[in-house]
Design a protein around this ligand. Structure first.
Ligand code: SF4
Length: 400
């Protein structure tokens, strides 16, 4: 290959003759090899049907053991997990896991481990006190002009560090309930100060298109709701969910934004790229949310690679979060100084668009607090003393 010339992009197979716009097939060579090895009786069309993926998630240890060699530290009894976050992995996401290496970053994201049984001071099942700021079930109103609308407790895969592990994946979870949705919409209707609604959960894209549309439609009819956002991990955990019919529905309700939960550059597959492209082509501004996780993405190499990949996928890196102190999460948590070190390693060293805001969500419901490395050193009679990304000191003429 010529130096500085890109290899040709892998073309994803598109072979759905019956209904091409509804079910474009997303299949990289990696997916096809995985399918052949572990699901020999499953067709490519089934593999690329998000309903098939949802119905065939890996939810128990025997099924997981068929795909990866579990290590002694990986939990063999997730059904007795202390905060009961079940095991659930889509076959697609399972295809990204390293079969033999328990330290593989994506594997650590979704495979339960015995470390989840270790509780540390300061951990709590609702560390952000969302329940206290919930005027009606399924709605959190913590900031003046925006609300969090939790429309479901279901996800395609469960992340072991999930802030809402207290509510996701619970049997009998009430959040996926049209009666609750109506009460939440009525609250938003009655509060003219709410101009921004974040639809989240769980993962709202686990809902069928018509249920999701009925929620968005009702919100769109409220005059003071200027902005609707959807928080999802689907383009990463189940990119097949981003069907052309979903996208056609969503684009009727602009301005509609989407925050995608991304963790590691290995999630940036051709399938994920195709899903992001569909959303971006529909005019949906995409942002990413990444939790900083010990040993997974807490070094500048992988983190920068993730941020650069996101930009290539037309996703603006939005937030880098300190890992919230849910029970049994200390093995994932870095010191806050690590997040500052990551921002220090990005700012000035790459495009500003590729730099997320590092934030700690304050325990007790204090909201997100953005943190920056120290760039203001002090002040003298000539102005303000600043430090640049190389550590050089400058005086900017500034009078107070
Ligand atoms: S996708 Fe989001 S809501 Fe679902 S388990 Fe992961 S972090 Fe939690």
């Amino acid at each position: 290959m010529e130096p500085n010339v890109l290899p040709e992009k892998e073309t994803l197979e598109s072979e759905d003759a019956a209904d091409p716009p509804l079910l474009t097939i997303f299949s990289s060579s990696r997916s096809r090899a995985f399918l052949k090895q572990f699901y020999p009786n499953v067709t490519l069309a089934e593999w690329n049907d998000w309903h098939w993926q949802m119905n065939n998630c890996i939810t128990d240890v025997p099924a997981l053991s068929r795909l990866i060699t579990l290590s002694p530290g990986e939990c063999r009894t997730p059904d007795i997990h202390p905060h009961n976050l079940p095991l659930r992995i889509t076959p697609y996401y399972a295809s990204l896991l390293d079969r033999e290496n328990p330290d593989h970053p994506l594997r650590r994201c979704v495979v339960p481990t015995t470390e989840e049984f270790v509780f540390s001071p300061g951990e709590s099942s609702d560390p952000l006190c969302e329940d206290e700021h919930s005027p009606v079930p399924g709605l959190v109103h913590r900031y003046p002009d925006r609300v969090l609308f939790l429309v479901t407790g279901a996800c395609s895969s469960f992340c072991r560090y999930c802030t809402r592990s207290r509510m996701v994946g619970k049997s009998g979870n009430e959040s996926n309930n049209p009666g609750r949705w109506s009460a939440a919409v009525d609250y938003i209707q009655a509060h003219a100060e709410v101009r921004d609604v974040l639809i989240s959960g769980g993962d709202p894209l686990t809902l069928p298109d018509d249920a999701l549309e009925s929620i968005i439609q009702r919100l769109r009819r409220i005059r003071h709701v200027e902005m609707i956002r959807i928080g999802t991990k689907m383009p990463v955990s189940l990119p097949q969910r981003i069907t052309s019919s979903l996208v056609s529905m969503l684009k009727k309700y602009h301005p509609l934004w989407m925050s995608i939960h991304m963790t590691h550059p290995e999630e940036l597959t051709p399938e994920c790229e195709a899903a992001c492209a569909r959303l971006a082509d529909a005019g949906i501004p995409l942002g990413s949310q990444t939790v900083l996780l010990k040993g997974l993405n807490d070094s500048i190499g992988p983190l920068k690679k993730l941020m650069h990949g996101l930009i290539r996928f037309r996703v603006k890196p939005y937030y880098l979060y300190q890992c919230d102190p849910i029970p049994g999460s200390s093995h994932f948590r870095t010191p806050v100084s690590k997040g500052l070190e990551m921002i220090q390693g990005l700012r000035g060293h790459t495009s500003g668009y590729a730099i997320p805001t590092f934030a700690v969500d304050a325990p007790g419901g204090g909201g997100k607090i953005p943190l920056l490395p120290e760039y203001v050193i002090g002040r003298d009679e000539n102005g303000i003393i600043l430090r640049n990304y190389e550590g050089k000191i400058f005086c900017y003429p500034d009078k107070e």
